[in-house]
Write a protein that binds this ligand. Structure first.
Ligand SMILES: Cc1cc2nc3c(=O)[nH]c(=O)nc-3n(C[C@H](O)[C@H](O)[C@H](O)COP(=O)(O)O)c2cc1C
Length: 179
């Protein structure tokens, strides 16, 4: 798909068809994520692809809606065919850059996640970036080791409903040109 179309067609998709996604397609998404920039090219990330329905239910139980950590879970995630949990591996970053490295390290994860989302669009899939979850609970559900922090949940599937394009700020309003 043409880049301009991919980037303009990306939406936060929250309703999916009941249709399996092949492992190859999910691995292709991770391959695209792995090409993202990261500080010192340290690639401080791990992608956990979950297709198991029971585990997806447990992951959903760690989520919350809005800003309140005790509010109701984001049950719409259950319609996803797979869930990719993106984890931060802080050790290589802190070893090289100390505490200063954390923000750049997490920015690298953001870049990788955007690649995941665009890759999904390119293959006819939909996805959504989810950060409303209780991190400690999600770590327990996934049995993550101490050196791995879940940063985002990306539910993926074939879209059942593609939302209208939400309004974005005009380019001239968010740009300062210094010539
Ligand atoms: C870091 C981050 C966290 C987000 N967390 C959630 C979330 O927990 N649940 C959700 O439904 N959407 C979440 N979103 C999606 C936003 O709501 C969405 O990107 C925004 O409304 C703009 O819509 P668009 O993605 O279709 O352009 C998140 C987006 C970002 C970038």
């Amino acid at each position: 798909m043409e880049f301009e179309i991919v980037i303009k067609n990306r939406r936060s998709v929250r309703l999916f068809e009941e249709r399996e996604i092949s492992d190859e397609v999910l691995l292709k998404m991770v391959e695209h994520a792995s090409l993202a920039p990261s500080p010192g090219n340290l690639q401080p990330w791990e992608f956990i692809i979950v297709k198991n329905r029971d585990l997806i239910e447990k992951i959903v139980s760690t989520t919350y809606s809005g800003n309140v950590k005790t509010s109701s879970p984001q049950t719409w995630i259950k319609s996803a065919s797979a869930v990719i949990v993106v984890c931060y591996i802080p050790r290589p970053v802190s070893a090289r850059y100390g505490d200063e490295g954390r923000v750049p390290g997490l920015l690298g994860l953001g870049a990788a996640i955007e690649n995941l989302l665009l890759s999904a669009v390119n293959m006819g899939l939909g996805a959504c970036w989810v950060s409303g979850f209780r991190s400690d609970e999600l770590s327990k559900v996934l049995g993550l080791p101490k050196g791995s922090e879940p940063i985002s949940i990306i539910p993926v599937g074939y879209p059942k409903e593609i939302p209208e394009a939400p309004p974005k700020l005009p380019v001239d309003q968010i740009t300062t040109f210094i010539k």
